[in-house]
Design a protein around this ligand. Structure first.
Ligand code: NDP
Length: 283
């Protein structure tokens, strides 16, 4: 029996519909949720991500501001723009598209965003709040994964979870969220010994590495839930995940595809965070 597929596009459409209704309700009382996106440089993937985020915002009835800077821009100019957006009460969310060019101190840029407007959830204050189990903004990709697990009614309490990847934007916050739901969490990375030993124990396996099809069916416990965060390109230019979908779907119980899985949910949760920031500004 092949795995049940969690359709990220369908779930996104459903959640974005609910968000659009909430955005319309806010707009009717004079507050239109507004996300400001800053893009530095010409990285084509980043440009596509920003375009998609801006389009999704507008489709959900939110305002989006977009500032695009040349790759060699003085960081001071970007800091000044962030300060301006921090002070602007009509802006509820601020996002700086990563990666930034090498002459930028990315951490300093992220820390300069007001924690109340940090809809990516990357500010140290928000990372700390998540760690304490009291999140203000949940980073969008792991937030989307939690929604997908919820939609598929995957049991979490006591589940053995293995996350492959320990980045600040995916692996670590994912671990915190699942730990908060009483999963037993193992985080693997490039120095982990015998990766398959760990992955085969997982009731829920999250792959967030960035290596095409590295998780194969034989590395998966029969019936497991497999969440593929990876976005890679094959030699033929096609998108694929970190999981070898063809072999994995024969073993897994539930699986997310790439494309059409976690990717659309990430943008959806960015909209959710922006909306939540706008709703909080009412209080
Ligand atoms: P990073 O490069 O920051 O992190 C990758 C992680 O994978 C690191 O922790 C690294 O270990 C680990 N790793 C590398 N090689 C191996 C290996 N052979 N075995 C086990 N672990 C390994 O990536 P991100 O977390 O930013 O992104 C991961 C993937 O998810 C990428 O493909 C990215 O494009 C995608 N992504 C998708 C999103 C979406 O919306 N769907 C959003 C964000 C990311 P170490 O720490 O030891 O180096």
């Amino acid at each position: 029996m092949t795995a049940k597929i969690i359709d990220g596009n369908a779930l996104s459409t459903e959640v974005r519909g609910q968000l659009a209704e909430r955005a319309a309700a806010l707009t009717s009382v004079g507050i239109t949720p507004c996300l400001a996106v800053i893009l530095v440089g010409e990285d084509p993937a980043s440009a596509v991500y920003v375009r998609n985020k801006v389009a999704a915002c507008e489709k959900a009835g939110m305002i989006s501001l977009r500032d695009v800077y040349a790759a060699d821009v003085e960081p001071a100019l970007v800091f000044a723009r962030i300060a301006e957006l921090n002070a602007d009460p009509s802006v509820h969310g601020i996002l700086v598209q990563l990666p930034l060019p090498k002459h930028f101190d990315s951490e300093a840029i992220l820390e300069s965003i007001s924690p109340e407007k940090d809809v990516d959830g990357f500010h140290a204050e928000n990372v700390g709040a998540l760690m304490q189990g009291n999140p203000r903004f949940i980073p969008c990709t792991p937030y989307g994964v939690m929604k997908m697990l919820e939609s598929a009614k995957v049991p979490l309490k006591g589940a053995e979870v293995v996350i492959v990847g320990r980045s600040n934007i995916v692996g670590k916050p994912m671990a915190m969220l699942l730990l908060a739901q009483s999963c037993t969490v193992t985080i693997c990375h490039s120095q982990s010994r015998d990766l398959a030993f760990h992955t085969r124990r997982a009731d829920i396996l999250v792959a967030a590495v960035g290596r095409a099809k590295m998780i194969t069916g034989d590395m998966i416990k029969p019936g497991a839930t497999v969440i593929d965060v990876g976005i890679n390109r094959t030699a033929e230019g096609k998108l694929c995940g970190d999981v070898d979908f063809e072999t994995a779907k024969e073993v897994a119980g539930v699986i997310t595809p790439v494309p059409g899985g976690v990717g659309p949910m990430t943008i959806t949760m960015l909209l959710a965070n922006t909306l939540e920031a706008a709703e909080r500004s009412l209080k």
